[in-house]
Design a protein around this ligand. Structure first.
Ligand SMILES: C[S@@+](CC[C@H](N)C(=O)[O-])C[C@H]1O[C@@H](n2cnc3c(N)ncnc32)[C@H](O)[C@@H]1O
Length: 229
């Protein structure tokens, strides 16, 4: 499973940023800004951004923790990391990008103030194990920050269902040239636990407290934050 996921992201890496912007009409940037705001990130903090892809959330955190802060972006897909490193060069920022599987992080306990993952946790074979690892590397009181797709409720849910079952796969296929990646992405999003169900997974790690969520754009996505016990 994780080998298939890695291969799929390697195939679409070059078109990933373009597709994010097109398919979300640029809204994903405002979700990332909200995540950083609500995380309480501040000057000189250290952040581990897991499954960072091309690094957009890592760069957003760097803007907040400043020169004296430290951000490491990690992913298990080298083509994604390469693009993130190129972007870091362009932006002249010292965000580091390292290879890591979120289910088996190479970092010591109590190292970071914040660990984050955006649109990555639903691709991880065992999300609970991934969250446990993200919590393990935090200092007590540190924050786990997750952005993930979910299922909107109410009037908007039908519109979004049609959009995600027709437009996303079609535009995704045309732009990424992948036959299945943009089928897979909305399909997994339509089933992935959200709201209280996801909080249940966070709580089941036994390492997090005060877990809460914020609804983003009517429930297309959610921001989850928990604190390291
Ligand atoms: C949808 S992309 C999200 C990328 C980025 N975080 C963003 O917000 O745009 C999912 C990323 O998760 C990575 N990924 C999936 N499973 C992983 C794992 N077990 N460990 C590390 N990265 C993983 C993939 O390689 C891919 O880059």
């Amino acid at each position: 499973m994780s080998e298939d996921v890695r291969r799929m992201f390697a195939n679409i890496a070059g078109k990933y940023d373009l597709l994010n912007d097109v398919l979300s009409l640029g809204i994903h940037h405002s979700w990332r800004r909200k995540a950083v705001r609500e995380s309480g990130a501040g000057e000189a903090m250290s952040v581990l951004d897991c499954a960072c892809g091309t690094g957009d959330l890592s760069f957003e955190f760097k803007g907040k923790v400043g020169e004296s802060g430290n951000v490491i972006g990690t992913d298990f897909c080298e083509p994604m990391l390469e693009l993130a490193r190129e972007k870091a060069k362009e932006k002249k920022t010292d965000v580091k990008f390292e290879f890591a599987d979120v289910m088996n992080l190479q970092y010591e306990d109590n190292k970071f103030d914040i660990s984050s993952i955006s649109f990555g946790i639903r691709n991880v074979d065992d999300p609970r194990k991934g969250l446990q690892e993200m919590a393990r590397v935090l200092k007590p009181g540190g924050k786990v920050v997750v952005i993930e797709f979910g299922q909107p409720k109410g009037f908007f849910s039908l519109i979004y269902k049609i959009y995600s079952k027709t437009i996303i796969p079609l535009i995704g296929k045309i732009l990424s040239k992948s036959d299945f990646a943009y089928d897979y992405l909305p399909k997994t999003a339509s089933k992935f636990p959200c709201r209280e169900d996801f909080l249940g997974i966070m709580n089941s790690t036994g390492l997090l407290t005060n877990c809460r969520y914020y609804t983003l754009s009517f429930g297309i996505a959610f921001l989850y934050i928990g604190e390291r016990k």
